[in-house]
Design a protein around this ligand. Structure first.
Ligand SMILES: Cc1cc2nc3c(=O)[nH]c(=O)nc-3n(C[C@H](O)[C@H](O)[C@H](O)COP(=O)(O)OP(=O)(O)OC[C@H]3O[C@@H](n4cnc5c(N)ncnc54)[C@H](O)[C@@H]3O)c2cc1C
Length: 402
């Protein structure tokens, strides 16, 4: 299959609708096995329309994805379960597309999009979260392979994942940002051990991952040796947009759950709750409109530091509004429905019960960059304020006391 990023299909909204309808006529979603349908949809360029031809797209404007989504939903077509494969779709895919070789793009993007391969993110370590560039997992070259040793932590969905995006230290003798290299790792490789970490919700959505003499072929290196920090920036910028961005209909998400509760339960209404709900509604609507603007900016290129603002606002709204939901429900809201140790099969901020949403929302201001770190990014890279005190660039990483 040829990849031709330069060749765009000249298509308007009506043409795209026709294309989807013709596809559905030829590939009946009600009779065709789900995975065959998804593979055929990818091959027809109707997966993510802004991706290049040959890689599930039509090189069409990103905004046209909404048309495709609406048409497939109306036809009752199965989706690719985005809550299960969010890390693949939102983070691994844009990074592979930007930094991968044609061979890597062809190998990885199709099973990623269809959900046949779930991806996880092996970035954070016990000693490196906000300061990701300080990570210690080592990769040492051995011929055509790399041998990796280290520990990662807070790895969402690692227990379900077949593949991982992984950042390692390949040179400890240069300033820390320059000694990193990025890999596409096989989670089934010998030496990868995944252990659950139980969360405040009761379940274990994330894990600690131990890497002991894990061998990774050099062909699964993404970007140049030593260029891992630059490659990881693509992932992080996209992560913030994946968590906080996206266009939703009015009253979707957490505010939709609250307004429904308010309408269905007249007995809970008080002036104070009404006031709080209206304020929440206005904040959610402002965030939604800002999300639309961000998506329009994205149409012109890669996400920049502006995505950090959406992520901060998303975290704040999730925490405020899930708290308001409990307040609305009174004692009933305090009952946590399920405290058994469970393994999540998806990351879903809105799922399950009000108490689940309240407890799960605590992590939203930490995952994908803490709100403090994102405020630093906005201060320095959007507003142009003076930067934090940083270690002298000329000091080698191995010489910095830790
Ligand atoms: C639900 C959830 C899912 C996650 N999933 C993944 C995953 O799949 N893969 C993965 O790699 N990681 C994942 N993480 C980890 C997440 O990225 C880190 O927790 C996060 O980057 C913070 O790192 P840390 O926990 O080491 O905290 P630290 O970096 O130690 O920070 C501790 C506190 O200090 C503050 N702080 C640190 N530095 C500064 C500074 N320069 N200025 C101001 N304040 C500062 C932080 O804001 C924070 O409040 C997940 C986390 C959560 C909660």
């Amino acid at each position: 299959m040829a990849i031709d990023p330069g060749e765009a299909v000249a298509i308007d909204a009506a043409g795209l609708r026709t294309r989807v309808r013709e596809f559905v006529e030829e590939n009946d979603p009600t009779t065709m096995p789900r995975i065959d349908f998804l593979r055929a949809r990818f091959d027809a360029g109707l997966a993510w329309v802004h991706f290049p031809i040959g890689l599930g797209g039509l090189a069409a404007p990103r905004s046209m994805q909404e048309i495709v989504a609406a048409e497939f939903a109306a036809a009752g077509a199965p989706d690719n379960n985005p809550r299960r494969i969010g890390i693949g779709l939102g983070m691994a895919a844009p990074t592979i597309l930007r930094h991968g070789t044609d061979e890597q793009r062809l190998r990885y993007l199709r099973p990623l999009w269809t959900g046949e391969e779930v991806w996880c993110q092996l970035f954070s370590e016990p000693g490196a979260g906000s300061d990701l560039a300080g990570l210690a997992t080592r990769a040492i070259r051995d011929g055509d392979e790399w041998i990796v040793n280290g520990q990662k932590v807070w790895t969402s969905m690692a227990h379900e994942a077949q593949r991982a995006i992984l950042v390692t230290r390949t040179d400890p003798n240069v300033p820390k940002h320059q000694g990193l290299t990025y890999f596409l790792a096989d989670m089934a490789a010998p030496g990868v051990q995944v252990r659950p970490l139980r969360q405040i919700t009761g379940e274990a959505e994330f894990n600690e991952v131990f890497l002991t003499d894990v061998r990774i072929p050099d062909g699964d290196r993404l970007g140049d040796v030593g260029d891992g920090w630059r490659v990881a920036q693509t992932t992080l910028m996209n992560e913030r947009v994946a968590i906080g961005g996206g266009v939703q209909p009015r009253e979707a998400g957490i505010i939709g759950i609250l307004t429904e509760t308010w309408r269905d339960m007249p007995e809970i209404r008080t002036h104070a709750l009404h006031d709080a709900l209206l304020q929440g509604w206005v904040a959610a609507e402002a965030a939604r409109l800002a999300g639309i603007r961000l998506t329009q900016q994205l149409a012109a290129g890669q996400p920049g530091p502006e995505g950090s603002a959406s992520k901060i606002v998303f975290a704040r709204l999730m925490q405020q509004l899930s708290g308001l939901e409990l307040e609305m429900l009174g004692e009933d809201g305090l009952r946590h429905d399920d405290w058994t140790m469970r393994r999540s099969d998806a990351v879903d901020f809105l799922a399950k019960s009000p108490s689940y949403r309240f407890l799960r929302s605590k992590g939203t201001s930490i995952e994908g960059g803490t709100s403090e770190i994102l405020k630093n990014i906005i201060a320095e890279r959007v507003l142009g304020l003076p930067t934090e005190l940083r270690v002298d660039k000329d000091v080698a990483w191995k010489d910095i006391p830790r």
